[in-house]
Design a protein around this ligand. Structure first.
Ligand SMILES: Cc1ncc(COP(=O)(O)O)c(C=O)c1O
Length: 448
């Protein structure tokens, strides 16, 4: 369908334009190569479309400016870390105040009470703990699940992503579980620690749980890290029933699916998990994350932790639950990621979705676009995929990079992983429409 020769030609043109437009970023990248591994402060930053990452000068709201003075509409929003919009004024003020009043003490502040109570209201789970990253929150929840069930394994869905949780870097290859492509230095073959099945496949789930060795299912309520994959109608009701039947717990990782509403999919879809995990934007980008547990999990784990050993059990961390993190979470939940904000964000994501859908149809492209709350994403397949294997098979890295670079060159930043776009409370209609216009132009050029 896509003329690959044409695509290459367009890509070369866009790459040249990118280099010509970003001399300062180019110079900084050249310098960075002498002190930063791979020339970037964090390895994923190499993945941006273009010969080098653009260096940021200033980010505010839903826009940012790079060191070459070019301005962008940001639909990546720090891969959800800045879903709040960059540096909301109220957050900046609250954080600055807290910074002057003590950052970390390994003692609680009153903010932790407010945040715990708010999380309880939003998600319905009664008890909460804090960590610094969603990865850590997942790891701690898994440890608790293993401890209380006394079972060794974790179950994940094929092509999931839950942070750098060793157990989750596994895919199905030729019917067998094995390290995911690109898995760097796996401590053991994850096949030893993990069962992996396709999303939306209840019989595969039941077959895996029947071994009675799975402590916990770690899942996003809708997959978002291999494109958006929605659960089939009734999937979670049945899956939850299966986990209960086989004595397995369930973690709802809402780190991305928080885009569905103020209480994530857990609240929107009335899910009933044993744990909820939420990280990234919970403190407007100030490092912080949380995991909540049910009354039953709380009782079972409390009974097994002895005071003398509570600091060496493998959950928690020196800076976890620090005063700054909690102040950032409080102001974010109180003033930024509010129910009213979602009422604005979700229709805007629909506008994004509908605009892209119309262009896909108009140009007869064999693609589709899916919305989940404030997030939307297009896939290079005719119909929305039902599981990770299907979605990964439809991936087209070359085409994806072209579309990302094409958008970047025209002032729109998309997440460098698949084709994810996120709407913040301060994203404008004009920015959404700018993306649609650019998408249309790219489609026209590809079809010409
Ligand atoms: C669903 C989900 N869970 C957890 C994480 C890990 O977040 P962090 O990298 O902040 O630890 C991610 C990151 O992309 C994620 O998408």
């Amino acid at each position: 369908m896509i003329d690959r020769g044409k695509l290459k030609e367009l890509q070369t043109r866009e790459e040249k334009r990118f280099v010509a437009d970003h001399p300062r970023s180019a110079a900084m990248y050249a310098r960075a190569k002498h002190s930063l591994l791979g020339g970037v402060p964090m390895n994923w930053m190499k993945k941006w479309a273009g010969a080098f990452p653009i260096f940021v000068a200033l980010a505010k709201g839903a826009r940012f400016t790079d060191v070459d003075g070019r301005e962008y509409a940001d639909l990546c929003l720090g891969d959800t870390g800045a879903m709040t919009g960059h540096s909301p004024e109220v957050v900046a003020e609250a954080i600055a105040k807290r910074v002057r009043e003590g950052i970390t003490l390994m003692l609680p502040t009153e903010d932790s009470l407010w945040v715990g109570e708010e999380l309880k209201r939003r998600f319905g789970l009664p008890y909460w703990q804090f960590a610094l990253t969603a990865t850590d929150a997942n790891r701690f929840a898994i440890r608790i699940a293993r401890e209380i069930t006394q079972r060794p394994k974790v179950l994940v869905f094929n092509y999931c992503y839950h942070g750098t949780v060793d157990e989750s870097f596994v895919t199905i290859q030729g019917g067998l579980a094995g390290p995911r492509r690109g898995n760097i230095g796996p401590p053991v073959n994850p096949e030893e620690t993990t069962r992996v099945v396709e999303f939306n496949d209840l019989s595969a789930l039941e077959e895996a749980l029947q071994h009675h060795d799975v402590a916990v299912v770690l899942a996003e309520p809708a997959m978002t890290n291999v494109g958006i994959i929605l659960p089939d109608d009734g999937y979670w009701r049945a899956a939850r029933e299966l986990t209960r039947r086989y004595g397995t717990l369930l973690i709802a990782d809402e780190t991305h699916t928080i885009c569905a509403g103020p209480g994530g999919c857990t609240r929107e879809w009335k899910l009933d998990p044993d744990f909820v995990v939420f990280g990234k934007p919970i403190g407007s980008g100030i490092p912080g994350s949380t995991y909540g547990v049910t009354e039953e999990v709380a009782q079972r784990i409390t009974a097994r932790i002895h005071l003398e050993d509570c600091d060496v059990g493998g959950i928690g961390g020196t800076l976890a639950g620090n005063a700054l993190s909690l102040a950032a979470m409080r102001i974010t939940l109180e003033k930024v990621l509010t129910p009213a904000a979602f009422e604005r964000m979700i229709p805007l994501a629909k506008r994004f979705n509908d605009g892209v859908a119309l262009e896909i149809k108009r140009h007869g492209l064999p693609w589709n676009v899916i919305q989940l709350g404030a997030r939307a994403e297009y896939h290079f397949s005719e119909r929305p995929p039902r599981n990770g294997g299907e979605s990964a098979a439809a991936a087209d890295f070359e085409l994806e990079r072209f579309l990302h670079l094409y958008a970047l060159n025209r002032g729109v930043l998309l997440t460098p992983f698949h084709n994810m776009a996120l709407i913040s409370p301060v994203t404008s209609e004009a920015d959404v429409d700018l993306h649609t216009k650019i998408f249309r132009e790219a489609a026209e050029e590809l079809a010409a």
